[in-house]
Design a binder for this molecule. Structure first.
Ligand SMILES: Cc1ncc(COP(=O)(O)O)c(C=O)c1O
Length: 394
């Protein structure tokens, strides 16, 4: 006999990615494998690459790797920089730290702007470093747009302005892994040279595809790079993509799912999609404010529309709360990552997500508080319902 209860009904996947994969996308993923050198695959790829540009809001090129987001981070760095090059990194949370660690392992030198994981990247500090760098030794600035570990969204246009004001030629690299197709993002208008993403969050897909969305400046910089690597090279992939193919066997099965996910994004429209995430995130925060739990994000202007990270009251363990909720209520919540382990739990409200899914998630959390005797103020679920019924539909 198992120690765990047998759970029926739907599993609530409320981690901040991988997000729920809609039935339509699952069905598309189940199509028979395609010859990746066939005319049909070439057409599928070219069509996907064109439509992806609309989501990133760019006229540049999009590289799709069979990789996770971490692979896409590494791909961007090794295409652009050489060992010994200096780049700026901003400590917004766990994912910014992981990206920095990766950059150091491949030999880059990081000018690290420390942070307390409670606010976004600071444009003024980036500007200060760039202004001091008269010789233009700094080659790039890397920023995580939505820090999934803390539920904090950084102001990318303010960072672009910092680069422009300092008249510094450094490339701007932005991780949009949990912001793209959940939160407003406009690569070309915001002057982002490389946007890095993955399939498992806003795209509502399983993990497995990594993206580098690159503008002409980034492509030119990659031509100067002397980093030694082969598989990740943009030039060869761009060349083959012209006709819809890849220099290796692509994750062709996942392309079917991405094609359907893009159709769903197009049907909703990006503006409506962003408004839906904003509204559901605000309803979520109406509940958390009522509960009286502290948001990891200190600045309301930086609240994330895809993730809310909550601090568990002193003396309580966020992992025990999550364990209870998973074991008895069949719901997965995000854990505290890195230094936030056991202190924070995260609510994912992104992707294929609606009002009643939000209400189910909040009810489960409130039941968990009650059962684990965590001090909180009742009425969070009601506050979210009131918010939803009183605010305009997205
Ligand atoms: C903001 C952000 N960047 C990068 C990553 C790393 O992506 P992956 O786990 O797919 O390698 C994640 C993963 O959750 C993330 O949330």
């Amino acid at each position: 006999m198992s120690d765990f209860p047998l759970l029926r009904g739907w599993h609530f996947l409320q981690i901040p990615g991988p997000s729920n994969t809609p039935g339509r996308v699952l069905r598309a993923l189940s199509k028979p494998t395609l010859d990746h050198r066939s005319p049909e695959f070439g057409i599928l790829t070219k069509n996907i690459l064109l439509r992806l540009k609309k989501v990133f809001k760019t006229t540049g090129d999009i590289i799709v790797y069979p990789s996770s987001g971490t692979g896409a981070w590494e791909a961007a760095l090794i295409n652009l920089f050489d060992p010994g090059d200096k780049i700026i990194g901003c400590e917004t949370g766990h994912f910014a730290v992981l990206w920095k660690n990766l950059a150091e392992k491949i030999g880059l030198e990081i000018e690290w702007i420390e942070g307390d994981w409670r606010q976004g990247a600071e444009a003024a500090k980036i500007e200060e470093l760039l202004n001091k760098d008269k010789e233009h030794v700094i080659k790039g600035v890397m920023v995580v747009h939505n820090e999934t570990s803390t539920g904090i969204t950084s102001n990318i246009p303010a960072i672009r302005t910092a680069l422009d004001r300092s008249k510094h030629p450094a490339l701007l690299l932005v991780d949009v892994v949990s912001s793209l197709a959940t939160t407003a993002f406009a690569q070309d208008d915001w002057g982002v040279d490389v946007a890095i993403c993955a399939s498992q969050k806003g795209f509502m897909m399983p993990p497995g595809l990594g993206f580098n969305s690159i503008n002409a400046k980034a492509v030119n910089a990659s031509k100067q790079s002397k980093s030694v690597h082969s598989y990740w090279r943009w030039d060869r992939i761009l060349e083959m993509n012209e006709t819809g193919y890849y220099p290796y066997t692509p994750a062709s099965g996942l392309f079917f799912g991405l094609d359907e996910a893009l159709t769903m994004i197009e049907e909703e429209g990006l503006d409506n999609l962003v408004a839906r995430h904003k509204r559901l995130a605000a309803a979520c925060r109406a509940a958390t404010a009522k509960w009286g739990l502290e948001n990891q994000c200190l600045n309301p202007d930086e609240y994330s529309d895809s993730t809310t990270a909550l601090i568990i009251p002193n003396g309580y363990n966020a992992d025990e709360l999550r364990k209870y909720i998973l074991t008895y209520l069949n719901m997965s919540l995000g854990s505290g990552l890195g230094k936030l382990k056991s202190k924070v739990f995260r609510l994912g409200h992104l992707g294929d997500f609606n009002e009643l899914m939000l209400m189910g998630m909040l009810s489960g959390v409130e039941m968990g508080f009650e059962k684990m005797r965590i001090p909180y103020q009742k009425g969070g679920v009601q506050a979210a319902m009131d918010f939803l019924t009183n605010s305009a539909d997205s």
